[in-house]
Design a protein around this ligand. Structure first.
Ligand SMILES: Cc1cc2nc3c(=O)[nH]c(=O)nc-3n(C[C@H](O)[C@H](O)[C@H](O)COP(=O)(O)OP(=O)(O)OC[C@H]3O[C@@H](n4cnc5c(N)ncnc54)[C@H](O)[C@@H]3O)c2cc1C
Length: 304
């Protein structure tokens, strides 16, 4: 029986682990992918205090080293659910189950998919949700990026350094990204903006060879010859598996109070997974610190 089980090894979960271990709680952190979560997949972070600029992978690796040095136990597994027991909770994964007196859910968000023809069939064969992870496979090739926000522009800029041409496809008149991304975009002559276009289908036999798009102003449909399609159309929470123990808002985010407490005493939530207005690394770290502190308080109260 652990004092605390943390679900998700992004920056929220790892910061919670640091605070929990330092307050003396025996702590298990379970991660299904790579520790660091979204932050680890971000090429350049320019708004994390003390670093003018840092590679997200490096930041995540540094935090993980700190977690390890504090003696936190880490497991690689996909959490499938939480069951309330008389003296705590059982966290079930795709392998073993683990028991904890308290739980922090820090499972972040997952990337939204387009849901268009060809996406399922060509998954893993030229379609990607992570430019930093997969961009290298498309060196000197033509790719399309779908989306208009910071993620899409960040991906387009990252890929423009590697690829022959990047077509940025978005429904609106203008990208919705912040000024810093729009300014950077101007220095690339191999990024082609395609406003008022939507993707209709991803085509290819063995691998992606084209993207069918529609011009929303003229109604004209055409095939864009590309070797890769990068989807950056937003993020969604993945919390249905926890709806037996936490309350969710209309969008599926976990409802907490300011101390990161959920509706079930002993279960806390931190980071992008919870309902909040600013989803960033600093706020995820802050949530993690608060959640672990609240978990410590909860366990102390139960003992007394
Ligand atoms: C492209 C992009 C660029 C960004 N740039 C910046 C930036 O410059 N500055 C900034 O401050 N923020 C930035 N952000 C936002 C920032 O990365 C996030 O707000 C922050 O990393 C969220 O951390 P988190 O720990 O809450 O969630 P996540 O990073 O999503 O971590 C959650 C972790 O939980 C794991 N997990 C999920 N489900 C399970 C399960 N069932 N079992 C086990 N593990 C599970 C996931 O694999 C993941 O590792 C960016 C985000 C993106 C997508």
């Amino acid at each position: 029986m652990y004092d605390l089980i943390i679900i998700g090894g992004g920056v929220a979960g790892m910061t919670a682990a640091i605070y929990a271990a330092r307050s003396g709680l025996s702590t298990l952190i379970i991660e299904k992918g790579g520790f660091g979560g979204q932050a680890a997949l971000t090429a350049k972070i320019e708004n994390y205090p003390s670093y003018k600029e840092i590679d997200g992978f490096q930041l995540a690796a540094d935090i993980k080293a700190q977690v390890d040095a504090l003696g936190v136990e880490s497991r690689s597994a996909d959490v499938r659910g939480i069951t309330k027991e008389t003296d705590g909770f059982t966290v079930a994964t795709d392998g073993a189950s683990f028991d904890g007196r308290a739980v922090i859910i820090a499972n972040g968000v997952r990337r939204r998919e387009l849901g268009i023809e060809g996406e399922e069939a060509l998954r893993g064969r030229g379609i990607s949700w992570c430019a930093v992870c997969d961009g290298g496979f498309f060196r000197k090739k033509k790719v399309a990026v779908i989306g208009a926000g910071n993620s899409a522009l960040g991906d387009a800029i990252y890929l423009a350094n590697l690829c022959e041409e990047v077509s940025l496809i978005f429904r609106r008149e203008q990208p919705t990204a912040t000024k810093s991304y729009l300014d950077q975009l101007k220095s690339f002559d191999n990024i082609r903006l395609m406003p008022r276009h939507i993707p209709l289908a991803i085509k290819g036999e063995k691998r992606v060879s084209a993207l069918r798009v529609k011009n929303l102003d003229t109604g004209e449909e055409s095939d864009l010859e590309v070797n890769g399609v990068f989807e950056a159309i937003g993020l969604i929470p993945d919390n249905d598996l926890f709806d037996n123990v936490v309350a969710l808002d209309d969008h599926g985010y976990i409802l907490t109070d300011n101390e990161m407490r959920t509706k079930t005493p002993g279960i806390f939530a931190a980071g992008d997974t919870r309902q909040k207005s600013l989803r960033q690394i600093v706020t995820a770290c802050s949530d993690g610190a608060q959640a672990a502190t609240s978990a410590h308080e909860f366990l102390k109260m139960r003992q007394s």
